[in-house]
Design a protein around this ligand. Structure first.
Ligand SMILES: Cc1cc2nc3c(=O)[nH]c(=O)nc-3n(C[C@H](O)[C@H](O)[C@H](O)COP(=O)(O)OP(=O)(O)OC[C@H]3O[C@@H](n4cnc5c(N)ncnc54)[C@H](O)[C@@H]3O)c2cc1C
Ligand SMILES: Cc1cc2nc3c(=O)[nH]c(=O)nc-3n(C[C@H](O)[C@H](O)[C@H](O)COP(=O)(O)O)c2cc1C
Length: 773
C-alpha cells in the first residue's frame, strides 16, 4: 500500500507514526513545504486526558513529549486588580517546535519517508497512491481545489488575535484582562517549556482599529502590546514569529472524503485556540483515521467512510465547545461589570464542559467563593438568603410580591389531556406532583383563551366557568400542600391550531373537526396545513378581549403569576417573526410594527392583572432560519416588553416555521437568555435541554439566567428539585407526608458524594500523577 501525506503538522506526522508502526510494510511518505526545523508559533497545550490517549497509541512519542513538557494545574484569571486561581485543571504545555521535532524523529525512526522543503501544488504526484491524506492545515489547498466537493464553510470571527511569545515564566494557565483607553485586550498565556511562554493576545475589532493596530507592522504592534501589558510582562519582552493579526476562521466541511483523498486536522475542521484543542483535534483525527484503517483493512473506501462516520460527532462536539468559548471572549463587554469571582466562574464554565459540580470537586474553595458571591449579590438586591453556602438553585427569588422558594421551574408543557379545555384529574396530579417535588415555580401548559385558540382537541383552556373552577382546584392543592407558586401561561395557537394530539402527529392538521384559523398573515404552517385568515382589526379586538377575560379568570383562580406566550410560532409569535408576518399595515415590517399587536395584548393584560403579581413573556429568541428573527432583535424585543411592565423573559427559541434548523445540544438556548439578561438588563428564565442540578447551578452562578425551567426532565422525575436538595444537603421544606423519604435521601446522598469524591481521586489521569511526583 502506498500512502501519501500532505503536510507535516501534528495531524500528518502522528498519522504517519501510527500507520507505519502497525504496518511497517506500507510505503508511507510525508511531504512538507517547510524545512524540518522551521516553526511558526510557540507552544501547544494538551489536557491530562489527551495525553493519556497518546500514551495508549504510541508510548514512545508520549514519553518523549512528557520529558519536554511544562505541567500546571491552575488557571489564573487576572481581572481588575484581582487574581483568581482555580486549581485542578491538569494541563501540559509543549513547544510546537519540540513537538514537531519529536514526532519527526519518531516517524523517521519508524521508516516514514519525510520530504521537507517540498511544496505540493499538484496531487498528480500522488496518482499511484492508494490513500492521500490532506493534512495541509488551515489554508488547505486540497480543500480549496475540491471546494465543490468538500463544500467548506468558513466563518471568519470578528475578534482579532495575534500569537506571540515571551520569556516570562508562568505557573498557571493565565488570562490577563487589561482595560485601556482603546478598549479591552485579553492575553491567553502559558509556559510551554523552561523560560518560554505563549502569549495569544486578542481584542475586538473596534478596539483594534482605535488602537491603530490595523496600520502597524509586526514589530510595531509587539512594541505597542508591550506597553499595554508592561506590568504583566514583568520586565520580559514579547517575541514575534510571523506574529500577524488574524481573524479566527471556524472551518467546517460538508464532506471530508473524496475518493481516496481525506481531509485531516485543521484542513477539515478548526477549533478556536481558547480551548487549546487544535493540536489535540489534529492528533485525535490521526488516531481515528488509523482506527478506521484497522477496522476495514485494505478497503480504503470503507475505511474513509468509516472514519467520517465515526469521527464527525466528536469533532463537531469539540468545535461546538470551542465556538461557545470564542463567543464568550467576543462578548466580554456583557460581563465586564461582574465581580471578579463571578467573572472568573463565567470564564471557567463558558464552554459547558466545566460545571459547578465538577469544579466543586477540583477547586472546592473557588466554588465556595462563587456560591458566597451569589448569596452576597442576592442580599445586596434585597432578596432573602437561605444561607451563604447554599447553591444558587436553592436561593429564593422574588418578582414583584411573589417570592419563590428556589429557582427551579416546571416549564409549561401541553398535556393534550383536557376535554373541551377542562383541566381535570390529570392536571391536578401532574402539576401537584411537581409542586410536591420541590420546584419553586410551576407553569401550567399553554392554556388557550378561547375554543378556537386551542392547538389541539386536548389543550386546556380558560374561557369557561368550569375551566376556571378546574384551575382553582389545582391552585388550591398546590398552595395548600407546597411552597410552590403557580404561573398561568396564556396563549392562542394562531396558524398552528386545529392540529392533532402530539402522539398522533405533532403540528399535523386535523383531518376532521378542524376550526378556522387566524394569524398575522395568511401563510400555512406546513404546505399541507390549513391556510389561516390574516387577522383584521376586529379579529384583533376580539382576541384581545379573550386574553383579558382569561387573565381575570386566572387571577380569580388564585394564580400567582401570568405568562403571555409570544413564542413557538403561535398567534402572537406569528406577528413577531418576519417569516410569518408579511403584513403591509402598521403591524408588519419593522420590529416595532411586528411587536405592536403582541405589546398591545401585553399592555391590556398588565392593566387587568394585579400590579402586585408578576408577568412574564415567553419568546422565541431566534427562528433558527435565514431571514427570521435574530438574537439582536430579541434583545430589543425584551427591552420593549420590559418597558411595558414585563418582569421576566422566558427565553425559548424556534418552532416558528416547519423547516427551521436549530442547533441542539446541552443547554442550547441558554446563550440567548445570557444575551438578553446581560444586554437588556432584564430578568430571564433559561430553558432547553437543561437536565441536571449541576447545569442549573452553573447557569445561575454565571449570571446567564435568574430562573431555570426544566421541561422533559420533569416528565420523568417530578422530584428533581427534592433529589437535588438532598444531593447538596439543603434543609428543604418538604410536605410532612414525604419528610421521612427526604431524610433518607439526604443521608444516601452524603454517602454517594463521598464515594464519588474518592473515585475521582483514584481515577485522576496520568498527567496529574506526574505533576504530583
Ligand atoms: C493562535 C493559535 C493558537 C493555538 N494554540 C493552540 C494550543 O494552545 N494548543 C493546541 O493544541 N493547538 C493550538 N492551536 C492550533 C494548532 O496550531 C493547529 O490546530 C494544529 O497545528 C493543526 O494541526 P494540523 O496538522 O492539522 O495543521 P498544521 O499544524 O497547520 O500543519 C499543516 C502543515 O501542512 C503544511 N502544508 C500546507 N500546505 C502545504 C503544501 N501545499 N505543500 C507542502 N506542505 C504544506 C504546512 O506547512 C504545515 O506544516 C493554535 C492555533 C492558533 C492559530
Ligand atoms: C410535550 C411538550 C409540551 C410542551 N408544551 C409547551 C407549552 O404548552 N407552552 C410552552 O411555552 N412550551 C411548551 N413546551 C416547551 C417546553 O416548555 C420547553 O421549553 C422545552 O421542552 C425545552 O425544555 P426541556 O429540554 O427541558 O424539555 C412543550 C414541550 C414538550 C416536550
Amino acid at each position: 500500500m502506498k500512502i501519501s501525506i500532505l503536510g507535516g503538522g501534528p495531524a500528518g506526522l502522528y498519522f504517519s507514526i501510527l500507520l507505519k508502526k502497525s504496518r511497517p510494510d506500507y510505503d508511507v511518505a510525508l511531504y512538507e513545504r517547510n524545512r524540518a526545523d522551521d516553526t511558526f508559533g510557540f507552544g501547544v497545550v494538551f489536557s491530562d486526558q489527551t495525553l493519556d490517549i497518546f500514551r495508549r497509541y504510541d508510548p514512545l512519542s508520549h514519553s518523549a513529549i512528557l520529558d519536554n513538557f511544562a505541567y500546571w494545574d491552575d488557571v489564573a484569571i487576572h481581572f481588575k486588580d484581582e487574581v483568581i486561581r482555580v486549581g485542578g485543571n491538569g494541563f501540559c504545555g509543549c513547544s510546537r517546535q519540540t513537538l514537531l521535532r519529536l514526532l519527526q524523529e519518531r516517524a523517521a525512526g519508524l521508516g516514514v519517508a519525510l520530504h521537507f522543503n517540498r511544496e505540493i501544488d499538484d496531487l498528480a504526484l500522488f496518482a499511484d497512491s492508494d490513500l492521500i491524506v490532506a493534512a495541509d492545515g488551515i489554508n488547505s489547498q486540497v480543500r480549496t481545489r475540491y471546494a465543490d466537493h468538500f463544500q467548506p464553510a468558513i466563518d471568519l470571527r470578528p475578534n482579532k488575535f495575534v500569537w506571540l511569545g515571551s520569556t516570562r515564566p508562568f505557573d498557571a494557565f493565565t488570562f490577563f484582562f487589561r482595560e485601556t483607553q482603546h478598549g479591552v485586550f485579553i492575553a491567553h498565556c502559558y509556559q510551554y517549556e523552561k523560560g518560554h511562554s505563549t502569549w495569544v493576545i486578542e481584542t475586538d475589532p473596534a478596539t483594534w482599529v482605535r488602537a491603530g493596530l490595523d496600520k502597524m507592522s509586526e514589530a510595531q504592534s509587539a512594541l505597542f502590546l508591550e506597553t499595554i501589558f508592561t506590568e504583566e510582562l514583568a520586565g520580559h519582552r514579547l517575541i514575534t514569529n510571523r506574529s500577524l493579526w488574524r481573524s479566527f476562521p471556524v472551518i467546517r466541511n460538508a464532506r471530508w472524503v473524496k475518493g481516496n483523498i481525506v481531509l485531516l486536522g485543521d484542513a477539515k475542521a478548526t477549533a478556536h485556540f481558547s480551548i487549546g484543542a487544535g493540536t489535540k483535534l489534529a492528533m485525535e483525527d490521526a488516531i481515528a483515521l488509523f482506527e478506521a484503517l484497522n477496522a476495514h483493512g485494505d478497503d480504503i473506501g470503507a475505511s474513509l467512510a468509516g472514519f467520517e462516520r465515526e469521527r464527525r460527532e466528536d469533532v463537531e462536539k469539540t468545535q461546538h465547545a470551542a465556538n461557545v468559548s470564542l463567543v464568550w471572549f467576543e462578548h466580554l463587554a456583557r460581563f465586564w461589570n461582574y465581580s471578579p469571582i463571578k467573572f472568573a466562574f463565567g470564564l471557567m464554565t463558558r464552554s459547558k464542559s466545566i460545571t459547578y459540580d465538577n469544579l466543586a470537586m477540583r477547586a472546592p474553595a473557588f466554588v465556595q467563593a462563587v456560591t458566597r458571591e451569589f448569596a452576597r449579590e442576592q442580599e445586596a438586591m434585597g432578596l432573602p438568603v437561605r444561607g451563604p453556602d447554599v447553591p444558587p438553585m436553592f436561593q429564593p427569588f422574588r418578582l414583584r410580591n411573589m417570592e419563590l422558594d428556589n429557582r427551579v421551574v416546571l416549564s409549561p408543557m401541553c398535556m393534550y389531556s383536557a376535554e373541551e379545555g377542562l383541566p381535570d384529574d390529570w392536571h391536578l396530579v401532574h402539576l401537584g406532583a411537581r409542586a410536591l417535588g420541590g420546584a419553586g415555580l410551576i407553569f401550567t401548559e399553554m392554556t388557550n383563551v378561547s375554543r378556537e385558540a386551542r392547538i389541539t382537541h386536548g389543550c386546556a383552556g380558560l374561557y369557561t366557568d368550569a375551566q376556571e373552577a378546574g384551575w382553582k382546584r389545582v391552585v388550591d392543592f398546590v398552595h395548600g400542600h407546597s411552597r410552590a407558586k403557580l404561573c398561568m401561561q396564556l396563549g392562542h395557537a394562531g396558524r398552528k391550531g386545529a392540529t392533532k394530539l402530539i402522539w398522533d402527529g405533532m403540528d399535523e392538521p386535523l383531518e376532521e373537526g378542524a376550526w378556522p384559523l387566524i394569524a398575522a398573515s395568511a401563510i400555512p404552517y406546513h404546505p399541507h396545513s390549513q391556510v389561516p385568515r390574516a387577522m383584521t382589526r376586529a379579529d384583533m379586538d376580539q382576541a384581545k378581549g379573550e386574553f383579558v377575560q382569561a387573565a381575570r379568570r386566572a387571577d380569580r383562580a388564585g394564580f400567582d403569576m401570568l405568562e403571555l406566550h409570544c413564542g413557538h410560532g403561535y398567534l402572537l409569535a406569528s406577528f413577531i417573526s418576519p417569516l410569518t408576518n408579511v403584513r403591509a399595515d402598521e403591524y408588519g415590517g419593522s420590529l416595532e410594527n411586528r411587536l405592536r399587536y403582541p405589546l398591545e395584548i401585553f399592555t391590556a393584560l398588565r392593566g387587568a392583572w394585579p400590579a402586585a403579581k408578576p408577568m412574564s413573556v415567553r419568546i422565541s429568541a431566534t427562528d433558527w432560519k435565514e431571514g427570521g428573527l435574530t438574537g439582536e432583535e430579541s434583545v430589543e424585543m425584551a427591552r420593549l416588553f420590559s418597558e411595558a411592565g414585563c418582569d421576566l423573559i422566558d427565553v425559548s427559541t424556534g418552532q416558528t416555521v416547519h423547516d427551521a434548523e436549530p442547533v441542539y445540544g446541552r443547554m442550547f438556548q441558554t446563550p440567548f437568555s445570557d444575551k438578553i439578561r446581560n444586554e437588556a438588563g432584564i430578568a430571564t428564565m433559561a430553558v432547553g435541554a437543561i437536565s441536571s442540578a449541576d447545569q442549573i447551578n452553573t447557569i445561575l452562578a454565571a449570571g446567564r439566567a435568574d430562573l431555570v425551567a426544566v421541561g422533559r426532565g420533569h416528565l420523568v422525575d417530578p422530584s428533581l428539585t427534592i433529589r437535588a436538595a438532598a444531593w447538596y444537603g439543603i434543609d428543604l421544606a418538604v410536605a410532612p407526608q414525604y419528610a421521612l423519604g427526604y431524610r433518607a435521601q439526604l443521608s444516601l446522598a452524603r454517602r454517594e458524594r463521598q464515594d464519588l469524591a474518592d473515585l475521582r481521586q483514584r481515577a485522576r489521569p496520568l498527567g496529574g500523577q506526574i505533576a504530583d511526583k
